[in-house]
Design a protein. Sequence first.
Length: 382
Amino acid sequence: MNTLKLLPTLLSRTAQNTLPRAFTSSVENPLDESHKWPRKIFSGIQPTGSLHLGNYLGAVQKWAELQNSGEDVTYCIVDLHSITVPQDPEKLRNNIIQMTATMLACGIDPNKSTLFLQSTVKEHSELNWILGSLTTIARLRHLPQYKDKTQKMKEIPLGLFLYPVLQAADILLYKTTHVPVGEDQVQHIQLTQHLGSLFNNRFGTTFPDCHAIIDRKEAARIRSLRDPSKKMSKSDPEVKSCIYLTDEPDVIVEKIKKAVTDFTSEVTYDPENRLGVSNLVAIHSLVSNGKTPEEICKDVQGIDTGKYKMVVAEAVIEHLKPIRTKINEYLKNPSELVYILDDGREKARTIAEETMAEVKQKVGLGANMSEFAMLKKVSKGV
Ligand code: AMP
Ligand code: TRP
């Protein structure tokens, strides 16, 4: 397995000029116009076992593209986030390994990206605490994901409330400038911007302003196959709403056949008015090597939506086939996967430690010899 051979760390890589135009906006901190930050990409995903098409097309496919265009990229499996709802320890451990295999199978290459497990870098929790002390309950209470997740809960875990603060810590710890995510994460990125600038205002410029990368409109929100007014989500109780990367071909055919469309048989791309069929066209376009939804509609002119579903199913199956094969290959060697996460941790930790030392020093935490020496002088009135 060639991709598993690790090259020396790539941490010192800075942004390169080989990017598509949409990605090349310069990033400045509004508080310090003279401060140019190197482009740094960071994103995270929960270890949920298998990815669904929404995660893959909305996020991970893009992560691999960014990596392959020479960006400085760090991707994190966010196990601390996943324990904000109850998890079976054995299952969680398996899901971490499964997610690592899936990341690699989707094209994340540890020679080009830093791929690591959140709980192995303790600085995430430390910065979470400091940022948690800067934000307010009022600011967190209104975040839509928190509201959605807790709607039916009687007892709300505190961790679920702090979830977006930990996410901000993940992002700021690496002085991230860009975060590739799906549309559902926009408010969390806004909170990160808010906390970063709050910290900068109070303690001096430390963090760049960060931006979400959501540049492929049709990928930003892949919809449920059973209720296209909702996003595709693993927590949907309706099994046929969601296609997993590990689904067998006949399961994919069955799910797409049952996809809810409307009473018009023509295939058009009209995401405002025809949610169901447009969702299928979007998925089809995203698994078809850069074909736009409009090109897809032209290609299938004259086919009705019933037959079109089989065309989409075939395209999805073809696209996912090599990924499924690779996931199974990687899973044959779990110790190799643990080794990759270990190596990623070493790379991530170097940066995280540096940022935390700076943060603690600015906040006045910790025992730093040179500062204590200065204090002694002050107390002696020198
Ligand atoms: P999650 O599974 O909620 O941890 O999401 C992982 C990543 O997938 C995040 O960047 C989400 O924004 C993205 N994502 C999740 N569901 C969808 C969806 N239905 N459409 C597009 N992106 C999604
Ligand atoms: N909240 C994100 C999700 O549900 C996962 C996540 C955690 C994340 N930390 C992050 C995403 C940092 C981007 C950056 O998908």
